[in-house]
Design a binder for this molecule. Structure first.
Ligand SMILES: Cc1cc2nc3c(=O)[nH]c(=O)nc-3n(C[C@H](O)[C@H](O)[C@H](O)COP(=O)(O)OP(=O)(O)OC[C@H]3O[C@@H](n4cnc5c(N)ncnc54)[C@H](O)[C@@H]3O)c2cc1C
Length: 325
């Protein structure tokens, strides 16, 4: 670890000035479960680390007409919250699927959305890849078993967050604090593909932080679930995951939100699958068609074609389970 200045912020006031205009020089720390790894491995070498854990207004969950979650809320509180388990099931399941109990007790929801990719070339100090201002993506021709099957080029990272697909499927909006005060940004606009920005996976400015996450109240007839496929049963990142939120009226799907995790540099909305479900009854044939549509534009690399069939089957499984929920 390279020496850095350590600062504990106790309020939002002055934070944008402390963060300044260089995202790599001044970084915020929440639970530190990802950030400290990056510092120890020298992937990040900031001049200043600003611990935000003492900013009280960033803690806590409010449940009224919709859900309002402070960015510092720990994942275990989200996973076990009775109202989230009941009405925002996909989010409780996604939060509960992350890492292990110890990490869920430290890791925050804001940090989960902003964590950096786990690509072994990005995390490996010896590889100066595109994300480190190098000239090539080692995954494109290297060991790309865990890499992107959608939206990859020119860098084939996958977004590792489990909460992000769930929050996106629920239509969440972020409250962001910066030099001009607070602003709202739909989560669907927060992430960016490598083709738009190679260095950073989201559109936060250097002097901004996420303060709260807001989720609209689900419409009547809404059912949701999160399915995560991982290699290790104990704790692992998603090889592929599905966050599915369906609003069912009568026997028909009034609205479908399906977002895939672990398969693209950003949480990947399965638009073609959503379109297949719109206005239809959840028959076996419709479910088969939607699952096939979810992966119809996949572009696998040399070692990850297995993710295409896996993801198709996860979508099918999610829809079958929601049909009988
Ligand atoms: C062994 C292991 C297993 C893991 N398994 C999983 C898993 O299965 N699924 C999964 O999704 N994640 C997993 N993680 C990743 C990580 O632990 C979690 O994502 C955790 O939620 C990160 O939260 P944190 O508060 O510790 O973030 P930190 O480490 O404090 O920060 C992570 C990043 O977010 C930024 N940040 C933090 N808070 C804010 C904010 N409010 N506004 C702006 N930027 C912010 C930091 O600057 C940093 O870049 C795992 C990590 C480890 C070490």
């Amino acid at each position: 670890m390279v020496n850095f200045e350590y600062f504990e912020a106790t309020s939002l006031e002055g934070l944008p000035q402390l963060l300044g205009n260089n995202r790599n020089e001044n970084v915020v720390m929440a639970g530190g479960t990802d950030l400290l790894d990056l510092l120890k491995e020298r992937i990040l070498q900031p001049k200043r680390v600003i611990n935000i854990k003492k900013i009280q207004e960033l803690h806590g969950i409010q449940n009224g007409r919709g859900l309002d979650i402070g960015a510092l809320t720990i994942l275990s509180d989200i996973a076990k919250h009775p109202a989230i388990r009941k009405s925002y099931t996909v989010l409780a399941q996604a939060a509960g699927s992350i890492a292990n109990a110890q990490l869920r007790n430290m890791g925050t929801i804001g940090g989960n959305l902003c964590q950096r990719p786990r690509c072994w070339y990005f995390r490996g100090r010896e590889y100066v890849c595109l994300k480190k201002d190098g000239s090539k993506c080692y995954a494109a021709e290297g060991i790309n078993k865990y890499h992107a099957i959608f939206g990859g080029s020119p860098c084939f990272i996958v977004h590792p967050s489990d909460s992000a697909p769930a929050l996106m499927a629920l239509g969440a909006t972020l409250e962001i604090y910066g030099p001009n005060g607070r602003r709202a940004m739909p989560l669907k606009d927060f992430f960016q593909l490598p083709e738009d920005n190679l260095m950073f996976e989201n559109r936060l400015a250097a002097n901004e932080i996420i303060t709260r996450i807001r989720i609209p109240e689900p419409e009547p007839g809404t059912r949701s679930l999160y399915i995560k496929f991982k290699e290790k049963d104990s704790m692992d990142f998603a090889i592929s995951s599905v966050a599915a939120v369906l609003q069912i009226q009568g026997n028909r799907v009034r609205k479908a939100d399906i977002v895939l995790g672990g398969v693209a540099p950003i949480p990947w909305r399965a638009k073609a699958a959503e379109a297949e479900l719109q206005g239809k009854e959840l028959s076996d044939a419709v479910i088969e068609k939607a699952a096939a549509a979810a992966v119809s534009d996949a572009e696998p690399l040399d070692h990850n074609a297995y993710k295409v069939m896996l993801t198709r089957n996860l979508v099918k499984d999610a829809l079958l389970r929601l049909r009988s929920a």
